[in-house]
Design a protein around this ligand. Structure first.
Ligand code: SF4
Length: 355
């Protein structure tokens, strides 16, 4: 059923949603525009999306198409489909992210208004402000002052989300608080025997269907999980330098920077690189990350997710990896005790083992 859509924007719960939603929320809400999100990803979202694109298309894009269909089912007629070309000077996204509006136009044959704002920070005169103007224009909003004020509100929500994420708060909790305009810093007292860095794009981690709730699964195995969200921009850049990479792909920024940073971090026992089937850029990057991890002597598990990935096999691989990390850590501790024993350890002779 079509609702009164005049001041409503549909946002697919996919792709850049997982990075930018706190900003979009603050921005559109300040402009008086109501946001309707697509429902969380289900098997049906994925199968409907898959049916419209060629088989080789990467998993996140199939999911994205399914979310567009879900918003259309809800009767939403203005849907945000951004074209995020570049996030910094000479730093580009992959062709699918850049050409998202064209891709959707070609595969979704229903009538709706695509709010296809372009973010291209590689061009001198086309930056964030043009992107914001293009998001506001379909709602008849052109007042510069109003757009700039809304932008500030967007950044406030976005920054609050990042402050809480960096403190180690879970993704969902940090989003919820940020959208309520709240900031809390959590100090966890729980100690985890093993720490893992999860190297993947946000849309492959925080979409529960795509990632099969990998963070929850690892935490239930007593593993502390670190991701890109706990890193500052400086730490990410330093991570890219560690891997000796030249920054060109925006994708590299997130994956390589995270991997490079955590490889050097002594609290991290191992890395998991998670990518989607059909992703060319990630496959190349993960190859390099695996080679470098060997140099740093960090165990690494590479997982690829696709439509067919079975949960049982996925859990088995996670368990085997975590088990190996536990054994490695135990062996390191025992070795340390043995070495100390040679010089300092004096056995308690009051105790005599009888059997
Ligand atoms: S980076 Fe990879 S997974 Fe992401 S949209 Fe591009 S091809 Fe797909």
């Amino acid at each position: 059923m079509t609702q009164n859509n005049e001041n409503v924007i549909g946002i697919p719960r996919a792709m850049s949603f997982y990075h930018n939603y706190p900003f979009y929320y603050g921005f559109f809400t300040a402009l008086g525009i109501k946001i309707v999100l697509s429902d969380v990803t289900t098997k049906q979202t994925l199968s409907r999306g898959s049916a419209l694109v060629v088989t080789e298309t990467c998993l996140p894009i199939k999911i994205y198409v399914g979310h567009i269909l879900n918003l259309l089912d809800k009767g939403i007629d203005k849907i945000l489909v951004p074209s995020i070309q570049s996030v910094a000077y000479k730093i580009y996204n992959c062709s699918k992210i850049r050409g998202l509006p064209d891709l959707i136009r070609n595969v979704v044959k229903q009538d709706f208004t695509m709010v296809e704002a372009t973010l291209d920070k590689s061009e001198k005169n086309h930056g964030l402000y043009d992107f914001l103007k293009e998001m506001a224009a379909p709602f008849g909003i052109t007042d510069e002052k109003k757009i700039k004020e809304a932008s500030k509100a967007g950044w406030r929500t976005y920054n609050n989300f990042h402050i809480m994420s960096k403190s180690g708060m879970s993704y969902k909790k940090a989003i919820n608080y940020a959208l309520q305009g709240k900031v809390f810093i959590e100090s966890s007292t729980k100690e985890y025997p093993i720490s893992i860095a999860l190297v993947a794009h946000g849309y492959n981690i925080y979409d529960d269907r795509a990632s099969m709730k990998i963070i929850d699964k690892l935490e239930s195995m007593d593993v502390k999980v670190y991701t890109a969200l706990q890193l500052s921009q400086e730490q990410t850049l330093e991570g890219i330098n560690t891997l000796g990479e030249k920054l060109y792909w925006a994708n590299e920024y997130e994956m390589t920077g995270t991997a490079g940073h955590y490889m050097k971090d002594n609290k991290i026992d191992g890395l998991i690189a998670l990518n989607a089937f059909g992703c060319g850029p990630d496959s190349l990057m993960i190859e390099r990350i695996i080679r470098k991890a060997k140099q740093f002597n960090k165990p690494i598990l590479h997982l690829t997710i696709d439509e067919q990935t079975g949960e049982a096999g996925f859990i088995t691989r996670l368990e085997a990896f975590v088990d190996m990390l536990f054994r490695k850590k135990r062996a390191t501790i025992i070795n340390k005790i043995d070495i100390q024993g040679q010089s300092e350890y004096i056995p308690n002779t009051n105790f005599i083992e009888t059997k």
